[in-house]
Design a protein around this ligand. Structure first.
Ligand code: HEC
Ligand code: HEC
Ligand code: HEC
Ligand code: HEC
Ligand code: HEC
Length: 427
């Protein structure tokens, strides 16, 4: 065989190989370019939340964890650890409600309480994967609840209100003025009652109304621009609310005044509850929170009354008094409830049902209750003591029993005042 022709054949075998290689490289390069163009044109993941309807997609490197953010941002991490956001998916009440056949068992719940859950693509009404073992297995996304990644990471970038070169060197940043808006919080903190049957159905009034109430407050001249002004002073990630007694104490005040009068003989009692430094109705948040005001009259020698049960039945409650109206009181304690307790009408289930009034305090409101105690119903010649206590309830007694809480776990006394009253002394 001619060695030349062998070489030519060799070469002719070699050429198609080269062509294939070049074409492949070309295709890959073009592919990468197209990929980049597509990537750049992909809409960036929204920063604002949509009331739990769609699960959050982070598109972050899998090595990014909450704990890792904490190593470089220890202050924010510690504050967050003490917050309800950190406990959002593991607290007892959520756990119990989340696995209840009626109302719970929905992807919707964990989209807000543990938004980094892995169930992308699930409809809000679908049952989360492995729900029954979720709370015993406690995957990391559940334990972290509403975590750093939830609020700060989209498309592999850290959301920040300020871009610095030090920050960019640590991780890619995306300038996100949204973080400083009330809507950012409102995406999770306001929503309607959700049908457990239809994914697209909400019904009735809002279940949580924080955003609307805040907008009313701001329109009405409230000086705060957003939720963060009150809930994140100096960037504090504790974000305290009703679970924080300090926050409650600074937002409420109590005035008590009791005086004897001669004609007709008896005691005039005036008690005012004042809501201050709050940017929505009080209590805010979930509809099962409420306040109760307990007024009691006793002989000065008797020990203060020990209360055991908090929530009075409808029959035990005094009829609601018109503003400023004086109510004659002969039995103690006298209890007033400040609450929004949506019934079938408010929940949109039975439009003909009786309306349940929302009696919570307005921001800045001073609400006064006036009682008259007839002289013949008390031991008028002894020194008497009138006391008022304001209690915050994380939930009603029925719920507490259902979820296995002791009364002291769900109620705390926010404020207490007392005053001595003696006949003839004026006060
Ligand atoms: C519920 C949402 C939320 C969570 C959870 C959250 N942050 Fe923030 N973070 C914010 C908001 C909103 C701001 C902007 C506050 C402002 O500027 O008014 C912020 C600001 C910051 C800042 C810059 C401002 C400062 O003074 O600290 C850092 C750093 C930060 N967060 C880190 C973290 C880390 C780390 C975690 C997890 C431990 C975390 N955040 C969890 C909402 C959140
Ligand atoms: C290796 C350390 C490191 C890690 C890990 C880290 N950061 Fe940072 N981060 C920094 C530094 C440094 C800055 C710049 C701070 C400055 O400019 O004062 C910064 C800036 C920020 C800012 C803007 C701060 C501002 O003043 O507005 C936010 C928000 C933030 N990081 C959140 C996070 C979150 C969320 C994570 C986890 C996903 C994270 N960081 C992980 C080091 C880190
Ligand atoms: C991803 C959803 C989500 C976002 C965004 C979010 N929260 Fe929350 N927040 C929750 C959940 C869920 C809880 C309930 C935790 C629990 O189970 O008690 C909560 C609880 C709270 C509480 C109650 C604390 C208490 O002591 O009772 C406050 C206050 C609060 N958040 C403020 C904010 C503020 C301010 C922002 C905006 C900067 C914000 N949240 C953004 C989901 C969110
Ligand atoms: C002017 C200050 C102020 C503003 C503005 C404000 N809050 Fe509050 N918030 C408070 C105070 C004080 C409390 C504690 C009293 C209470 O529970 O209502 C509170 C309580 C809460 C609670 C817990 C309610 C409970 O008892 O379970 C939530 C949730 C909450 N706020 C969310 C928000 C959201 C969301 C916004 C913005 C849309 C906002 N707040 C705006 C002051 C404010
Ligand atoms: C759109 C977001 C969102 C969805 C969806 C959602 N929640 Fe919440 N949930 C919140 C916020 C915000 C709070 C805090 C309000 C407060 O503290 O008063 C809260 C508070 C709670 C609490 C009170 C926790 C405590 O210990 O005081 C329970 C329980 C709860 N949610 C259960 C559920 C269940 C069950 C579902 C599903 C049926 C659900 N949530 C759906 C946002 C959401």
């Amino acid at each position: 065989m001619n060695p030349d022709s062998a070489g030519a054949r060799h070469r002719s075998e070699w050429v198609p190989g080269l062509v294939i290689l070049l074409v492949t490289v070309g295709v890959i390069t073009a592919g990468v370019r197209i990929q980049r163009v597509l990537e750049a044109s992909k809409p960036s993941t929204p920063i604002l939340f949509d009331h739990g309807l769609t699960p959050l997609t982070l598109r972050a490197p899998s090595t990014w964890t909450n704990q890792q953010c904490g190593t470089c941002h220890p202050r924010a991490f510690e504050q967050w650890q003490g917050s309800r956001h950190a406990a959002a998916a593991t607290n007892k009440k959520f756990r119990v409600e989340c696995i209840e056949p009626i109302g719970g068992r929905r992807q919707w719940c964990i989209n807000c309480h543990a938004p980094t859950n892995p169930s992308a693509g699930h409809l809000p009404t679908q049952e989360p994967v492995g729900l029954d073992s979720l709370f015993s297995d406690q995957p990391r996304w559940l334990v972290n609840g509403v975590d750093c990644l939830t609020c700060h990471v989209r498309d592999g970038k850290v959301l920040a209100t300020r871009i610095t070169s030090k920050g960019e060197a640590a991780h890619p940043l995306r300038l996100s003025p949204e973080l400083e808006t009330a809507e950012f919080c409102g995406g999770c903190h306001q929503f309607a009652f959700k049908s457990d049957q239809y994914g697209d159905e909400f019904h009735g009034q809002l279940q949580q109304v924080s955003m609307e109430e805040f907008l009313d407050f701001r329109r009405g001249g409230g000086s705060e621009q957003n939720c963060q002004n009150c809930h994140m002073p100096a960037g504090d990630h504790l974000m305290p609310g009703g679970y924080n007694n300090e926050m409650l104490k600074q937002s409420l005040d109590l005035d008590l005044d009791a005086r004897w009068q001669d004609q007709p003989g008896g005691i005039n009692v005036s008690i005012s509850v004042i809501a201050q430094g709050v940017g929505h109705r009080l209590p805010g948040g979930e509809h099962f929170r409420f306040l109760s005001l307990h007024t009691n009259l006793r002989n000065a020698d008797d020990p203060p009354r020990q209360y055991t049960l908090a929530e009075p039945t409808a029959e035990q409650l005094p009829p609601p008094a018109a503003a400023g109206q004086v109510q004659e009181v002969t039995d103690w304690p006298r209890i007033q409830i400040m609450r929004r307790n949506p019934g079938p009408r408010e929940r949109g289930r039975s439009p003909g049902a009786d309306a349940v009034p929302d009696t919570r305090l307005f921001p800045g409101e001073r609400r006064t209750f006036r009682y008259f105690v007839p002289a013949n119903t008390v031991d008028a010649d002894s020194p008497l003591v009138i006391s008022a206590e304001l209690w915050y309830h994380k939930m009603g007694d029925l719920d507490a029993r259902r979820f296995g809480f002791e009364t002291p776990e769900v109620i705390h006394t926010v404020l207490r005042k007392e005053q001595a009253v003696r006949r003839g002394t004026g006060r």
